[in-house]
Every structure is written in C-alpha cells, then in structure tokens.
Design a binder for this molecule. Structure first.
Ligand code: ADP
Length: 524
C-alpha cells in the first residue's frame, strides 16, 4: 500500500490490477463498514472506505476520503471511547470501542469500532484499519434491558421498603395490643410471641420461641379438645373462637384465659401460620360473677317481702269485700295488679340468674300444644284492650315439653308484639307443623328492629337504643325465651324491618331423638 489513487488504493507493483479489483469487491461486499487511514499523513486522513461505510454513515465516498474520522462524531466530542482510540493511535495498538457517531442527516448511531494498526518493518504504524458496525439496535435493546433492570430494581426497593414498613406497622400493632399473641408454624411450633405474652406469663423468649405449643409451661395448652381445633385450622380454615382455658399456670397461678386462633397469611412473606390471641379474663369473669350473684341475691331478697305483701293484699281484698267503698276497692284492686306486675318482673330476674347458674328446672310432660296456645292468646287478649290477636293454623300435636316454660315464651312474644306496635292494632299468631317441627310465628306491624340489632335482642339486658326511652322493659324477656327454646332443642329467631314490623318465630322438634339432647327431665 503505497499511494492514494483515485480515492482507492494502488497496490505495489507485484499486485495485479485484477487482484486489486477483486479485493475491493470483497471489501464492498462486507456488511461492516471498513475504512483505512494513513497515519503517515498529517491528521491521519481516511484513504479508503467501502460501500457499507457509505451506507452506514450516509456520506458519499467523496465526502469521506481525506477527512479525519472525527467528523463522524460531530459536536459529541466528550466521549470516553475517544480517549481509548487516542491512546491506541498513540501507542499503535488495537482498540475496540462503542462510540456515538452521527450520520450525514444528523441521526445518532452507535458504532462498534474495531481499530487495528498496520506496521512496517521498522514497527512504524503506517495505516489504521477501522471496521465498524451500526449497533444502534443492539445498543437500544441493551439500554432497554438496563432501564428495565433499573426499573425492576427500583420496584424491588420500593416493595422491600413497603414490606419493611408493613412489617414495622404490624410489629407496632402486635406490640400495642393488650392481648398475648403467639404465631405458630403449621406444625404448631412457636415462631414468635409479643411482649404482652412475655409479661403476662412471666416467661422468657428463649423458653418459648422454637418450642412446641403443647410443651410450653406446665402443659397448659395441652388440651385434647383445643389440640383438635388448632389442628383443623389450616386444613379447614375454621378459626378457634372463645375457647376458655382455666388452669394453674406456672409463675402466675390460677387464671382463666380466652383463646381465639386464626390462620394468617401475609402475601409474599408467609402463609399457613396460626395466630393465637390470648386474653386473661379472670378478673372480668369474677366481676360478672359478682354481678350475677348480686342479681340472684337481690331478686331473692325482693321476692320474700313481696310474697308477704301479696298475701296481705289478698287478706285486705277479702276484708273489704263487704265494704261499700268503691274507691277503696278500686285502690286495693290496683295495688294487687301492680304487686302482680312486680312479682313477674322479679320472677324474670330470678329466671335470669337461674339460667346463668344453670339451675333451670325442666318439667316435661306431654300437653296439648294448640290448647296451650289458645289459652295463652285468650289470656293476653283479655289483658289488652288495645290490640286484636288473630290466631291461625293448628298443630294437632301432643307436645312433650315444659308447658309453663313454653307458655312463658308465647306470653313474652305476644306482650312484646303489643308493646312495640302502639299504632298498629293487629297481631298475628300462626301455628304449623313442618317436617317434624312445630312452628309458631308471632307477627306485629310495629316499630321493627334494624338488621344489625336483630341478633343482639336475644342477649341478656340488651335493649334497642331507640326504644329505651319510649317503652319500659329490662331487656331480659327474649333472653329467657331463647334459653327456654334452646332447652327444648328448638330455635328462636326474628325477621324484621324497621317501621314495618317484626315476626318472632320458634320451632320445636317433635321427634324424641331431637327432643331430648340433655337426656331427660333433669334439673339444670
Ligand atoms: P324488653 O322488651 O323488656 O326490653 P326483651 O328481651 O323482650 O326486653 O326485648 C329486647 C329488645 O328487643 C327490646 O328492648 C326491643 O328493643 C326489642 N324487641 C323485642 N320485641 C320486639 C318487637 N316485637 N318489635 C320491636 N322490637 C322488639
């Protein structure tokens, strides 16, 4: 390679023109852009370029030959790749760089440039050969990968931060709640407990975490029934609710604990864990017990003098039979009425304390169910000058149960229906027998009960807030009814709409196997 000829090489004398054309054709057939620069000339000008180089750069050969390669960088001169090229030129070494170049129309392309020096016998670099490929697409793909990677990393960081925050948030809740918490693995080993647990049971983390639940303390949780329930949580997803454990615990003595357990899962972190929340209800239960004891004592204490008063009223009634004083007779009559009402109220309070202590006595004998209903309806109808009770249907059944208790239920439901429908005078009672069950439904068109209150009205001392002022009552009638019906293995429920009225219904099973879950007329 000696001199420049017409923008192309003229080879040394021993290279034929034919060979030269062949080589030029070969170079032009290459998809890579190829240039040769003459390092012996000032500013290392390009002395050869092939066709692909023209295609890649958009310049014509006439605009390329004689120029230093730098024109491809336009103003984008501050690139690290340039320094690497400069070093290679100065040291006469090979270089491979990815460099930003610009086409004639100004568009950027990434040039993957291989540059290698051609030295003469004296080790002087006479030429450089540059082979270039437009790798913009690859670069773009690489950039996309990098940017996706960066985005992914950022997302992971954000997610990790969220999780950490969640974890801190959960941890702060776990530490704040006033219940002892245990997290169990699927094989019921203690994974962690909160501070409240440590403080309540006066134990250390070391003697708790990592242990089997049943091995804790002196085996306080090793109760077969509890074990069955806990082992069913994961397979069935059924929580354990309000399981009471009365036990003599190490360090803290006799306590009553209330257990609730659920399956827990925190997406992306863990699944199939069991969270047990334990509440010490020893004090609460003692207070409830004191209240119940007070109720029982108070109603008994009230009952005794009232029975005496009742007796005296009866005596006075007899004594004044022949008196011609209408006013006196009326007053004594009313006294008798109110004494009877007071007697009923105290009777209900006594019932509540009997239910509480499980001392309700059932006296089951077969009785004519329809007759009982007719008598009860007639009795209530007689006492109500305001409402009309319409009885429909019949059962035709001899029912084996405690007649006075069932009568008490019907009386209560009818009294309520009358009390809570002051503006609507019709009360319906419907009797039926449905596949082995007696059904009694008492319907009124009165104030009704909101949906979220409907289950609560059967609780002890519960009264719907809106009615408290307007209607007298202690909130125990339905509690007693529910207990009586349940003692007969039946169900009592309400369907109601505020402003439209309520239907209280109960069913009682007729078959003997249903009828006697407690094994006879035993006292409870
Ligand atoms: P009490 O009537 O003495 O308050 P109950 O136990 O019989 O107690 O009833 C509980 C509550 O249920 C009542 O306070 C009342 O709010 C609601 N309730 C009972 N029966 C009816 C009814 N027929 N219609 C509307 N509300 C009723």
């Amino acid at each position: 390679m000696d001199s420049l000829y017409n923008g192309e090489f003229s080879f040394s004398n021993n290279t034929s023109k034919q060979d030269f054309e062949l080589l030029t054709k070969a170079l032009d057939a290459s998809l890579s852009g190829i240039i040769i620069t003459d390092n012996r000339q000032p500013d290392n000008p390009i002395i050869y370029c092939n066709k692909a180089f023209e295609d890649i750069t958009g310049y014509h050969r006439s605009e390329i030959i004689g120029h230093n390669c730098r024109f491809l960088q336009k103003d984008d001169r501050n690139q690290n790749a340039r320094h690497a090229l400069r070093d290679a030129i100065d040291n006469g070494t090979n270089a491979v760089v990815d460099i930003r170049n610009y086409k004639k129309d100004g568009t950027l392309f990434w040039n993957e440039l291989y540059m290698s020096p051609i030295k003469d016998g004296d080790n002087q670099v006479n030429y450089f050969i540059g082979v270039q490929n437009d790798i913009s697409r690859r670069k773009k793909a690489e950039d996309e990968v990098k940017s996706n990677h960066a985005k992914m990393e950022q997302r992971i960081q954000e997610r990790t931060k969220d999780l950490r925050e969640n974890e801190e948030y959960l941890a702060s809740i776990v530490q704040t709640v006033r219940e002892s918490l245990i997290v169990l693995s699927p094989d019921l080993k203690v994974l962690s407990v909160n501070d409240h647990f440590i403080n309540t049971f006066k134990v250390t983390r070391e003697e708790t975490e990592g242990k089997k639940l049943y091995d804790l303390g002196n085996g306080q949780w090793n109760i077969p029934e509890l074990q069955d329930l806990l082992e069913q949580i994961l397979p069935t997803n059924n929580p354990v609710t309000d399981f009471e454990v009365a036990h003599d615990f190490p360090h803290i003595g006799k306590k009553l604990m209330l257990l609730n357990a659920h399956r827990i899962e925190l997406e992306g972190q863990f699944k199939d864990r069991i969270l047990i929340a334990i509440e010490d209800i020893t004090d609460r239960r003692a207070i409830e017990q004191r209240k119940d004891d007070f109720l029982s004592i108070a109603s008994h204490e009230l009952k005794t003098p009232l029975t005496t008063i009742k007796g005296y009223v009866q005596i006075i009634n007899r004594l004044i039979k022949n008196y011609d004083d209408e006013k006196l007779r009326e007053s004594v009559g009313k006294t008798g009425l109110y004494v009877e009402r007071l007697n009923n109220l105290i009777g209900e309070l006594l019932d509540v304390s009997r239910i509480q202590s499980g001392m309700i006595e059932l006296h089951k004998t077969p009785f004519d169910f329809d007759r009982m209903i007719h008598e009860t309806v007639a009795n209530i109808q007689q006492g109500s000058g305001t409402h009309e009770i319409i009885l429909t249907g019949q059962t035709g059944v001899q029912f084996n149960g405690d007649e006075s208790h069932i009568t008490q239920v019907v009386t209560n439901l009818l009294s309520n229906a009358i009390k809570y429908s002051p503006d609507h005078k019709k009360i319906g009672v419907h009797l039926s027998v449905l596949s082995g069950f007696i059904k009694v439904a008492v319907t009124d068109h009165g104030v009704g009960i909101a949906k979220d209150e409907q289950a609560k009205v059967f609780d002890r001392f519960y009264r719907v807030r809106d009615v408290q002022q307007k209607f007298p009552g202690m909130g125990i009638g339905l509690y007693i009814c529910a207990s009586i019906i349940s003692n007969h293995n039946g169900t009592l429920w309400v369907e109601s709409e505020p402003g439209k009225g309520s239907t209280f219904s109960f069913t009682l099973p007729l078959t003997s196997n249903h009828a006697d879950k407690n094994g006879g007329d035993d006292a409870r």
